[in-house]
Design a protein around this ligand. Sequence first.
Ligand SMILES: [Zn+2]
Length: 192
Amino acid sequence: MARSIFLFNTHDLPHRAGEMREYELDLKITEAVGVDLLSVKPGEIIEVDLRIQSVDEGVLATARVVADATGECTRCLKPITWPIDENFTELYYYETSNTKAAAKRGSKGKSNKEEIDLDEDDLSFLDGDDIDLEPAIRDAIILNLAVNPLCTEDCPGLEDKKGENWEYLSASQTQSLTDQRWSALKDFPLKN
Ligand SMILES: [Zn+2]
């Protein structure tokens, strides 16, 4: 199986608290990252400015994630581009006998993407020298996406449909207004 593009090898970082390294990564993704309506598409690049630091418990990763998600306006279906710019911080623990059980749960969750959201409390662990940036990057991107993306804040929607709706509405409103005016006139004292 090909190595995941989200795995980052930290062998250049000495395991001594205080050590730090910085990287600029261009991750060309092979499957969409995002939600159904809006996602970074396969073949697109996710830029990650990554800083890794050695701390007592493991490796602390701080990153800025920049990418463009694409999708459709939920009102008028026009194609839209959604810029993503988000930071994350993730601590990857060294695997110890104490944390092994938790680590097993963590890696089980990662194989089933649907479980990631449910198990947010799961800790992340180094796998040898590797840290898996995928869950943190996915979360950062999904955090940035709108639930109902619009091309513009005041998108009028599908013009034709709305026109029909207005015609229908104003016809019935006019009708009831006229009725009210007539009924008011009926009771109006016409004597001077
Ligand atoms: Zn629109």
